[in-house]
Design a protein around this ligand. Structure first.
Ligand code: THU
Length: 129
């Protein structure tokens, strides 16, 4: 748990957030122990930037995907960040409702919730397949 927080915090140190000055880091661990992390990346055309969770998901997919056990999220300037709505939907695409989500401050995990708790009544794509 704490080591996944450390991976998220390390990722946060790479954030490219010159506009918001709000660095965020995220780390995803699969049940077989692989860890994929990411930071937020902003763009001068503001809506084109993206979140730390999204970068981490990109690394997770490119690393082969798999079952997600736990996710950690940390932001330098927020005591207990929760993923934005879009990232809740993205995380729920790949992480089951029971996957753990660690909400962190700059020292460690502050609260543990599940993906299901973060996105109740979420839209599921099953019917589209
Ligand atoms: N941000 C994230 O990286 N993850 C979230 O869940 C919330 C917001 C980023 C996006 C933007 O670069 C900055 O935080 C301010 O919104």
């Amino acid at each position: 748990m704490h080591d996944l927080f450390l991976s998220a915090r390390e990722a946060m140190s790479k954030a490219y957030a010159p506009y918001s000055k709000f660095p965020v880091g995220a780390a995803i661990r699969t049940t077989d122990g692989r860890v994929f992390s990411g930071c937020n990346i902003e763009v001068a055309s503001y809506p084109e930037g993206w979140c730390a969770e999204t970068t981490a998901l990109g690394h997770y997919i490119m690393g082969g995907g798999g079952e997600i056990a736990e996710i950690a999220v940390v932001a330098e300037r927020m005591a207990r960040i929760t993923p934005c709505g879009g990232c809740r939907q993205r995380l729920a695409e790949f992480a089951g409702a029971d996957a753990k989500l660690y909400l962190c401050d700059d020292a460690g995990v502050v609260e543990t919730v599940t993906i299901g708790q973060m996105l109740p009544y979420g839209f599921e794509g099953k019917i589209l397949k």
